[in-house]
Design a protein around this ligand. Structure first.
Ligand code: TYM
Length: 332
C-alpha cells in the first residue's frame, strides 16, 4: 500500500481550517494507504511554550484526532518526540539544505517578523525537520492545506538532491506528492477574510474552534464580515468574506461551490449564513459529543500513543539505517 503521513503542531486550539484543510481528508485514506498521523511537538517549541499548557494541549489534540474519527487500529497515531529518528534525520538533512533555500520560506519570514525577540535556529530549520518527518516514512503523499505547499516543495528538492548524491543505484528516499483538497484548503478568518484562519494568535471571533459550543459557532458565523451587496457569489478578490463562507459550506457539506451559488444567490446573506452555521454545527457536534469521554481516559490515550510510537519507529528506523549506510557511518 502507498504511505501517507501528516501532522499538526500542538499550538493554540484546533480550528475548522485544520479540520477542513487536513483532518477531514485524512479520515478515508486508511482504506487505500498506510497512514501515519502525528503531533509535531518538536516543531511547537520553535516558539516559546508554557510546559503545562503544551502537555495539556497534546492530550487535547490527540483526543480530537480520535473524536474526529481517526481509528488507532487503522492509523498509526503518534507524537513526534517519541520517535527519536525525526531529530536524527533532521540533522543529516540540515547538511543537505541550503541557507538560501530556508531564507526564502514565507512561513519563516512571517514568524520571524512576529517573534523578533526569538528568531532561533530551530525556527529557521523548521522545514528541514518537516522534510525529515515525511521522508523517514517513505511517504508517497502528504495530505495538507494550501499553506504547507512551499514546505512540501522544499521536501521534494531535498529528497531529490540526497538521492542524486547517494542513491545512484537505488533512491534512498521516496519523493512525496502534496495532497491538497479542491475546497477547504485555505479557510480564511471570519473577521479578516484576507488572512488565513489560524489556531494561534488570532482574535477568538476570527476563528471557529473545534471545541466551540454550538451557540458560539453560530454567533461567530452570523457576525462574520461579509461584503457590500447581497449576492452569494464566489469571487475571492471582490467578495472575500462571502467566498470564504461558501468554501466552508462546500467543504463541510461535501457540496460544490457552484451548487451553493445557485441555491443561495438572490436569497440575501441571512439565509445563507444560517445554512453555513447549520453545516458547521452538524459537522462538529458529533466530534464534541465524543471528545469528553476520549479526553477523560488519559491512560487510554497514552496506550494509543505508545503503540503508535512503536509502529512508527519500526518504519522510521529502517530509513534512518539506510541513510546512515549511504553516508558512510559505520554500524553501531
Ligand atoms: P499546522 O499545525 O499549522 O496546520 C495543520 C494542518 O492544517 C492545515 N491548515 C489549514 N487548512 C485550511 N485552512 C486553514 N486556515 C488552515 N490552517 C492550517 C495545514 O495546512 C496543515 O495541513 N508544518 C506543519 C506541520 C507538520 C507537517 C509535517 C505536516 C510538521 N511536519 C509533516 C505534514 C507533514 C504545520 O505547522 O501545520
Amino acid at each position: 500500500k502507498p504511505v501517507v503521513l501528516s501532522g499538526i503542531q500542538p499550538s493554540g486550539h484546533l480550528t475548522l481550517g485544520n479540520y477542513l484543510g487536513a483532518i477531514k481528508n485524512w479520515l478515508p485514506l486508511h482504506a487505500s494507504h498506510d497512514c501515519y498521523y502525528m503531533l509535531v511537538d518538536l516543531h511547537a517549541v520553535t516558539v516559546r511554550q508554557d510546559p503545562a499548557e503544551l502537555r495539556e494541549r497534546c492530550y487535547e489534540f490527540i483526543s480530537l484526532y480520535l473524536a474526529c474519527g481517526l481509528d488507532p487500529a487503522k492509523n498509526v497515531l503518534f507524537v513526534q518526540s517519541h520517535v527519536p529518528a525525526h531529530a536524527r534525520l533532521a540533522w543529516v538533512l540540515n547538511c543537505y539544505t541550503q541557507f538560501g533555500e530556508l531564507s526564502r520560506m514565507t512561513q519563516f519570514k512571517d514568524k520571524s517578523a512576529k517573534h523578533v525577540d526569538n528568531i532561533n535556529a530551530g525556527l529557521f530549520s523548521y522545514p528541514v525537520l518537516m522534510a525529515a518527518d515525511i521522508l523517514l516514512y517513505q511517504a508517497n503523499a502528504v495530505p495538507v492545506g494550501d499553506d504547507q505547499k512551499q514546505h512540501l516543495e522544499l521536501t521534494r528538492d531535498v529528497a531529490i538532491r540526497f538521492n542524486n548524491v547517494h542513491g545512484a543505484d537505488k533512491p534512498v528516499f521516496t519523493v512525496p506528492e502534496p495532497m491538497i483538497p479542491p475546497v477547504g484548503a485555505r479557510i480564511m478568518g471570519l473577521q479578516e477574510p484576507t488572512k488565513k484562519m489560524s489556531k494561534s494568535d488570532d482574535a477568538p471571533t476570527n476563528a471557529l474552534y473545534l471545541l466551540d459550543p454550538p451557540d458560539t459557532l453560530v454567533r461567530k458565523i452570523k457576525r462574520a464580515v461579509t461584503d457590500l451587496g447581497s449576492e452569494v457569489r464566489f469571487d475571492v478578490a471582490e467578495k472575500p468574506g462571502v467566498s470564504n463562507l461558501m468554501s466552508i459550506l462546500a467543504a463541510a457539506s461535501n457540496r460544490s461551490i457552484e451548487s451553493i451559488a445557485q441555491e443561495y444567490d438572490g436569497q440575501g446573506y441571512g439565509k445563507f449564513k444560517q445554512a453555513v452555521a447549520d453545516a458547521v454545527v452538524a459537522t462538529l457536534e458529533p466530534v464534541q459529543a465524543r471528545y469528553r469521554e476520549v479526553r477523560d481516559d488519559t491512560e487510554g490515550l497514552r496506550r494509543v500513543l505508545r503503540d503508535g510510537a512503536e509502529r512508527a519507529s519500526a518504519r522510521a528506523d529502517a530509513t534512518l539505517q539506510r541513510v546512515h549506510d549511504a553516508l558512510g557511518f559505520i554500524p553501531a
